[in-house]
Design a protein around this ligand. Structure first.
Ligand SMILES: Cc1cc2nc3c(=O)[nH]c(=O)nc-3n(C[C@H](O)[C@H](O)[C@H](O)COP(=O)(O)O)c2cc1C
Length: 407
């Protein structure tokens, strides 16, 4: 499958976030060519995009005839997806009006690729009926839009207009790239989880020993965050309950940060009755420290003894209360993977388990790839090759989507 993204960067503050988008796309193994408008070059130097994309950056100049020739037609043909991020009110207006007066708009005009805009602008600009009309006109012609988020904008205003977060944009592009182009209509497939409510858990939990020390594990939260982002970009309403991780998520995802396994259980119990599906990708600590200290433990003796007691089993608790929810667990093991995974399905009343051998190269904690086997409650088993966690998230959601449709 070819995976070429031509990315248009236009003149807004969110240009700095566009650099992160390029970096993430490259990590996914996607080829990226960047076209910057002249105004975008005021915000970020082309060198940044050249370094991240490992390709020459086409800036908005017709000074070099070669660049023109290679530029608009070659890139228009090369693109499987064109992503305009950030997309200014100006570029949206120009494309909606059929204006092609620079390298980016000319390439957009010449391209038959799927074209997706990630608008970013001041709330008053975004809500301006002219901008809204332009967006509607483009949507009606099959252009895609990744909705901006709400919040405090760089201009100091509060409201809608903040460019979607890079993980959401990357997921959206990913979906467009992996779609069957013959399937109709593409937008329906991208938003196939619209109206569904998901609870996703991610990361480790941390059990306190004293105010400065804790017991935890190597989970980075990447798999859970990838599932949450993918579900969100496919239209689901997502609550993400996460342990301590160094990851950010799209503002549209309802994020609940917790520290301990007991806190994670409490958050999940509150959300569980109202969701359609649960993906429990977290690695909660199995034990907590019974004799944790209120003050920092001093080095008074050579040894100290920590007394550990079992934490509640979140998956089992949810499994025992399950009504119509689809419950998906993860089994991270280092041996007897399938046997453990099958036992877990039965013991915890799961609909599906994603089993991965965390000791295998390319699978497991704190890396961007995974290798897993999906086993369903009716015994169907599918082993998948090594893939990025974003691709893995897509597969897991496809399988949940299938289950939802059969119900
Ligand atoms: C500091 C600054 C920030 C700006 N931020 C935005 C923005 O976020 N969104 C937007 O639509 N325009 C923004 N503009 C205005 C655009 O840069 C202007 O409309 C320009 O003509 C866009 O050109 P381009 O679409 O060819 O890149 C900003 C201008 C300045 C000076």
């Amino acid at each position: 499958m070819s995976r070429n993204v031509v990315m248009g960067v236009t003149g807004g503050i969110a240009c700095y976030k566009a650099a992160d988008v390029v970096s993430r796309l490259k990590k996914e193994g996607i080829e990226v060519d960047v076209i910057m408008t002249q105004n975008a070059c005021h915000f970020v130097d082309p060198l940044t995009f050249r370094t991240l994309s490992k390709n020459p950056v086409v800036t908005d100049t017709f000074a070099t005839p070669e660049a023109w020739k290679v530029g608009h037609v070659a890139l228009a043909e090369k693109a499987d997806v064109m992503l305009i991020a950030p997309a200014t009110a100006n570029v949206i207006g120009k494309v909606a009006s059929g204006i092609a007066d620079d390298m980016l708009t000319t390439t957009i005009m010449a391209s038959r690729a799927k074209i997706v805009f990630a608008p970013a602008m001041n709330v008053n600009m975004y809500e301006n009926p002219i901008v809204q009309e332009n967006i509607e006109r483009l949507k009606a012609r099959g252009y895609y839009f990744i909705e901006p988020g709400s919040g405090l904008l760089a201009c100091g205003y509060e409201g809608k207009g903040r460019m979607a977060e890079p993980p959401e944009i990357v997921n959206y592009v990913h979906r467009l790239l992996s779609e069957d182009t013959e399937a109709a209509p593409a937008s329906a497939k991208v938003r196939d989880l619209e109206g569904k409510r998901f609870l996703v858990t991610a990361g480790p939990t941390a059990e306190k020993i004293d105010p400065v020390r804790y017991i935890s594990n190597r989970s980075s939260g990447k798999m859970g965050f990838a599932v949450a982002e993918a579900a969100f970009s496919r239209g689901a309403e997502v609550t993400l309950v996460t342990g301590p991780v160094k990851l950010s998520c799209s503002p549209g995802i309802r994020r609940i940060d917790v520290s301990t396994t007991r806190e994670m259980l409490q958050a999940c119990e509150e959300v569980f009755p109202d969701v359609d599906a649960v993906v429990k990708a977290a690695a909660p600590a199995d034990f907590y420290v019974v004799n944790s200290c209120e003050h920092k433990i001093k080095k008074k003796s050579d040894t100290i003894t920590l007394e550990l007691a079992q934490n509640p089993d979140i998956l089992k608790t949810l499994g025992s209360r399950k009504k119509d929810q689809i419950l998906v667990g993860f089994a991270a093991e280092t041996r007897n993977l399938e046997a453990y995974a099958e036992k877990k399905i039965a013991d915890k009343n799961l609909d599906m388990i994603v089993a991965n051998d965390v000791s295998a190269p390319g699978a497991g904690f704190d890396i961007d790839t995974n290798i897993f086997t999906i086993i369903t409650a009716d015994g169907e088993k599918t082993a998948y090759e090594k893939m990025t966690k974003a691709e893995g998230a897509g597969i897991i959601l496809d399988r949940i989507g299938e289950m939802m449709r059969k119900r």
